[in-house]
Design a protein around this ligand. Sequence first.
Ligand SMILES: C[S@@+](CC[C@H](N)C(=O)[O-])C[C@H]1O[C@@H](n2cnc3c(N)ncnc32)[C@H](O)[C@@H]1O
Length: 280
Amino acid sequence: MRHGHNPSTLALACNSPFVRSRPRESLQTTSDRAIEGWRTLSSVKEDYFGEEVAARYDDDGPMFSAEVIGPTVEVLAELAGDGAALELGIGTGRIAVPLARRGVPVHGIDLSEAMVAKLREKPGAEEIGATIGDFATTRVDGTFRLAYLVCNTIMNLTTQDAQVACFENVARHLERGGYFVIDVMVPDLRRLPPGERYVPFNVSETHVGIDEYDVANQGLISHHYTNRLDSPPFRYVWPAELDLMARIAGLTLRERWADWDRSSFTSESRKHVSIWERDG
Ligand SMILES: C[S@@+](CC[C@H](N)C(=O)[O-])C[C@H]1O[C@@H](n2cnc3c(N)ncnc32)[C@H](O)[C@@H]1O
């Protein structure tokens, strides 16, 4: 049995296979510890993208397909125009490399030395600057026409304060009139019945994926069972909340689409691509 392609399977594709292996144990035990872990994470920056994850990150098929990368790069190149772009969580350069190939100067920030080392191996990466650090706080030289944060990566910041700090950090780097783009799932709470905390999002012979919601803390742990258990913590965030963070940082919403193909965002949309503009 396979459940449909939803934002969590997207998260699976690009933003989840990044927690250290650990032996199998009961979900209950694991999740209780994971909830504690993600409370602790409020103040600690952890690198979930170490050598092992970096080594297999680019093996993921769908997120590296032309159907996904083409429209993403198209939108970002248009927004960058003749300016420069800053990617938060640049990773192995899945988007940065083709964007740079389009002639856009790209600089990236990432916590993971291992992911950036993979980026460095790619042809064309010599044109791309990269700074190791937390994208919520790290400053880099220069100003940018465009900043972007894709693949649900805003949710890797597991507190509201850190997510707000990220918007403020972006605003400091943007030119007046510059754009900030986020690509993130809509929290899937419509699938969570009262009293429940688990939402299965993918069940196949090779993978069982279960999202665990902590509604009181706006927390989300994606449990992935393959031949091991991965349970990375996230903080899910609502579109309207992102708009408020943007306002705090001096940015105004310009577009909200259901996807990179610029389709309309509706009540049924499972993800969104949102564009805010830095106020003049
Ligand atoms: C899901 S990957 C996305 C990589 C790339 N943007 C892509 O689209 O393939 C998330 C990346 O964000 C980085 N990351 C997560 N939290 C971070 C933080 N607080 N500061 C800097 N980088 C972070 C990870 O190291 C990882 O490389």
